[in-house]
Design a protein around this ligand. Structure first.
Ligand SMILES: Cc1cc2nc3c(=O)[nH]c(=O)nc-3n(C[C@H](O)[C@H](O)[C@H](O)COP(=O)(O)O)c2cc1C
Length: 401
């Protein structure tokens, strides 16, 4: 495959990203926890879902605009937070931010990103959201909130699904630990990916965790800043009280990312959270979690029809996004899909990823007979259609008796 222009789907972008990256880097993106059951769970959930189309609906004019928190975006998906993206391609977060602005979709910047939120805000403006990890010393998390306020950001997401670090065996085997353990085999393998090597070392090697740099000593190296971050997060002592403190400090919209249990969903909304990101962290945390898609209907009934529900984990196709919306999500986030694009082709690569998904959403809407997102719903799901037909048949039989 030649380059970004030749990519026709997200899987093509993944292949390009894999070719460009040394194994140690690609495995960090791709890997899950333990036996990587979660990756398969996420993929299978979408694969096993069936949409039943309706025909003779005039879908000549279709539109996929989506409104969330009173703001209308061009599409019903945004970019999920992915830490250390600058290690895969320098300035990757800035390409994600720029694309978010150009395509008019939100970019939820990672709390472990290399570029800083101040840099990203210059490019993404109102399309920038920020993601926060609770820190052992609470002054860090509250200062990050303050910086987000100072920048005029509208939406903050707190990630709750990393109470402790997970067991990512690919990283342990490859030496993707801190400090990076570049063994001879790792270095030799990296030499097979010269474009990445040149980009990485010309830009100074390990990239800085931009949002954490201000908290480190003056002149601290990227590894020292990463050390500070690692000493602060994950913080297993975080509780609902810490989320409350963030809620009190943050006047904008607050999302809780990683909610999987309906009871947690109820508590979060009861505590003033504005919306939930139903997510299993892309299969990177607890390996035995169900897919967010499977939990979505329970979470929807737990919080009612009006609470915005976002979903991520396993989204690789426009049809996945449409399926999630039919299942009850209001919005979807893409982690690896857009990161493959950034890694494979920088700005052009992210734009390609977004346009692939937008095109696929549009075609699936045309296929099922939906002119806009309001027309989507559970009535397109095979399970609903089957249940409705069974109900009718039972009704008809009962009526005959
Ligand atoms: C390389 C990588 C880094 C990630 N870093 C973060 C992070 O810093 N904060 C966070 O809340 N989620 C992080 N995630 C999880 C994503 O936000 C998202 O939940 C997940 O990627 C969705 O699954 P998908 O990759 O299958 O789309 C990361 C995911 C990946 C692949």
């Amino acid at each position: 495959m030649a380059g970004i222009d030749s990519a026709i789907n997200i899987d093509d972008l993944k292949r390009l990203a894999k070719r460009r990256l040394p194994k140690i880097m690609f495995d960090f993106i791709e890997g899950g926890a333990d036996d990587e059951t979660g990756l398969r769970t996420n993929a299978n959930a979408f694969r096993d879902l069936r949409l039943v189309p309706r025909y003779y609906v005039d879908t000549a004019k279709r539109e996929q605009k989506a409104t969330l928190f009173g703001r209308t975006y061009a599409s019903p998906f945004g970019i999920a937070p992915t830490g250390m993206a600058g290690a895969f391609r320098r300035d990757a977060e800035l390409y994600l931010a720029q694309t978010a602005a150009d395509a008019d979709v939100p970019y939820l910047m990672s709390g472990a990103s290399n570029a800083s939120m101040e840099q990203a805000a210059k490019l993404a403006g109102k399309n920038l959201w920020y993601q926060i990890y609770g820190s052992r010393d609470r002054t860090f998390q509250l200062d990050l909130v303050k910086r987000a306020i100072d920048l005029g950001l509208t939406t903050l997401a707190v990630t709750c699904d990393v109470p402790v670090a997970s067991n990512r065996e690919r990283n342990r085997r490859n030496g993707f630990v801190r400090p990076l353990r570049m063994t001879l085999p790792t270095i030799l393998e990296a030499m097979l990916h010269p474009a990445w090597v040149v980009n990485y070392y010309r830009s100074g090697g390990l990239p800085m965790l931009g949002n954490w740099q201000p908290y480190a000593a003056k002149g601290a190296t990227p590894d020292q800043v990463a050390g500070l971050f690692a000493s602060q997060t994950p913080d297993p002592s975080q509780t609902w009280a810490d989320l409350d403190a963030i809620r009190r400090a943050w006047p904008g919209k607050l999302l809780l990312k990683g909610v999987m249990h309906p009871e947690d969903a109820r508590i979060a909304i009861g505590n003033g959270v504005d919306g939930l990101i139903v997510s299993n962290h892309g299969g990177r945390q607890l390996d035995t979690m169900p897919s967010p898609l499977d939990m979505l209907p329970m979470i929807r009934s737990a919080v009612g029809p009006d609470v915005p529900l976002l979903l991520d984990s396993g989204v690789r196709r426009g049809s996945d996004i449409v399926a999630a919306l039919c299942m009850g999500a209001d919005f979807v986030l893409t982690g690896r899909a857009t990161l493959y694009g950034a890694t494979a082709g920088g700005l052009a690569g992210v734009k390609k990823a977004v346009s692939i998904l937008q095109r696929e959403i549009d075609l699936v809407m045309g296929q099922v007979g939906a002119v806009n997102l309001a027309a989507l719903g559970p009535h397109f799901l095979l399970d609903t259609v089957r249940a409705e037909e069974e109900r009718r048949n039972t009704g008809a039989m009962t009526g005959r008796r």
